[in-house]
Ligand binder design. Structure first.
Ligand SMILES: Nc1ncnc2c1ncn2[C@@H]1O[C@H](COP(=O)(O)OP(=O)(O)OP(=O)(O)O)[C@@H](O)[C@H]1O
Length: 303
C-alpha cells in the first residue's frame, strides 16, 4: 500500500506583516496539517490575531506567501467559504437577534448543522429571541462558539472565543468541540491564554512571540518533553550541568530546575541521587519558553 500524504490545510512561507514601520509578523513559515486541533499561543500583542487575519484573507501580507487549501485566501470565495473565523469582536447587523444569526448561518456555511446548533443553544442557555446588543458578554461569546462548532467548516478559527464565558460554559465548549471533532474531523486553530484548560485538547502547538514562531511542535511531545528536578542545590546543579535549563528557582538550600526531556536512564539516575522529578504543565512550559526568549514578566499577569 502506498502512503499518500494529506496536503496541509495551511502553508505559510516567509510571511511578513507590517503596520507602518512596525513589523507585527516577521518572516514566519509554518504548515497547519489537515484535521488537527492547533493551539496558536502567545502573549498579548504576539501576533496571533494578525496571523489569523492573514490566513482568512482579512489582511494583506506585506511579504511572503499564504496558502489555504492550496490557494491564496484573499478575495478567494472557494477558499473563504470553507473557513469559519470566530473572533471576540464579531459585528452583527443592528437589531439582529440570536435566532437571526442561527437562521442566516446556513447561507455562509455549507456544512451547517442546525440540530447541533439547537443543542448548543440549550447547553449554553442562550436566549434566542433577544437582540444581540442586549445579551450578556458571556452569552455573546456563546453565540460565537455555537456558530464555530455548528458551522463544521473544514478550517475553523477560534480567536480567544470565550471572553466572559464562565467555567461551566468553557467546559461545555471543550467537551462539545472534542465530541464533534471526533465525529467530523476538521482543522481547528484555537488561540487562547487559558493554556492549561485546553492542554488536552490540542494536538499541535504554535507559539508566537513578537511576530515570530518560537515553537512549532506536536503537543504530545511537548507535554512529555520537560520536567522539573527538585533537590539540594549542589545535587541539582551537578545533575543538570551541561543541559539547557529552562527555569531555575530556589529556596534555602533547595533548587527546582526545569529542563527539557530526560531519558529513562537519566530519570533513574536522578532518583538514585535523591532528586525528585515532577511534571511540567503545558502552560508552565510555554511560559518558560517565552520568558527564555527574552521576556521576564509573568504571562498570567498580562493575560
Ligand atoms: N491595524 C494595526 N495597526 C498597527 N498595529 C497593529 C494593528 N493590528 C495589530 N497591530 C499590532 O500588531 C501586534 C500584534 O497584534 P495582534 O492583535 O495580532 O496580537 P495578539 O497576539 O492577537 O494579542 P492578544 O493576545 O492581546 O489578542 C501588536 O503589537 C498590535 O499592537
Amino acid at each position: 500500500m502506498t502512503y499518500t500524504p494529506v496536503a496541509p490545510a495551511v502553508r505559510v512561507a516567509g510571511l511578513t506583516k507590517r503596520f507602518g514601520r512596525f513589523t507585527a509578523i516577521d518572516d514566519v513559515s509554518f504548515d497547519v496539517e489537515s484535521n488537527k486541533i492547533y493551539g496558536l499561543l502567545g502573549r498579548n500583542g504576539a501576533g496571533k490575531t494578525t496571523i489569523m487575519q492573514l490566513l482568512t484573507g482579512q489582511q494583506f501580507a506585506s511579504g511572503g506567501q499564504v496558502n489555504v487549501f492550496g490557494e491564496n485566501p484573499v478575495e478567494n470565495a472557494s477558499v473563504l467559504q470553507r473557513i469559519c473565523f470566530i473572533k471576540e469582536s464579531q459585528k452583527y447587523p443592528d437589531n439582529f437577534k440570536v435566532k437571526h444569526v442561527l437562521k442566516s448561518a446556513p447561507w455562509f456555511f455549507a456544512n451547517w448543522d442546525a440540530q447541533l446548533a439547537d443543542r448548543l443553544v440549550e447547553d449554553f442557555r442562550v436566549p434566542v429571541n433577544r437582540e444581540l446588543k442586549k445579551i450578556s458578554r458571556g452569552q455573546l461569546s456563546a453565540v460565537g462558539v455555537i456558530v464555530g462548532l455548528a458551522s463544521r467548516a473544514p478550517l475553523t478559527f477560534f480567536d480567544e472565543p470565550y471572553l466572559g464565558l464562565d467555567a461551566v460554559a468553557r467546559q461545555i465548549f471543550y467537551d462539545r468541540l472534542l465530541e464533534d471533532y471526533a465525529e467530523h474531523p476538521r482543522t481547528i486553530i484555537l488561540s487562547t491564554h487559558l493554556i492549561d484548560e485546553v492542554s488536552n485538547l490540542l494536538e499541535h502547538v504554535l507559539l508566537v512571540d513578537e511576530g515570530r514562531i518560537l515553537l512549532d511542535e506536536d503537543a504530545e511531545r511537548l507535554r512529555g518533553s520537560a520536567c522539573t528536578i527538585v533537590g539540594r542545590n549542589a545535587d541539582v546543579d551537578a545533575f543538570v550541568a551541561g543541559r539547557e535549563v529552562l527555569h531555575r528557582e530556589g529556596i534555602g538550600g533547595l533548587a527546582s530546575v526545569t529542563v527539557n526531556g530526560l531519558t529513562e536512564e537519566e530519570r533513574r539516575n536522578a532518583a538514585s541521587v535523591g532528586l525528585e522529578l515532577g511534571p511540567v504543565s503545558l502552560q508552565q512550559l510555554i511560559v518558560r519558553k517565552t520568558v527564555r526568549s527574552g521576556h521576564s514578566e509573568d504571562w498570567n499577569a498580562r493575560s
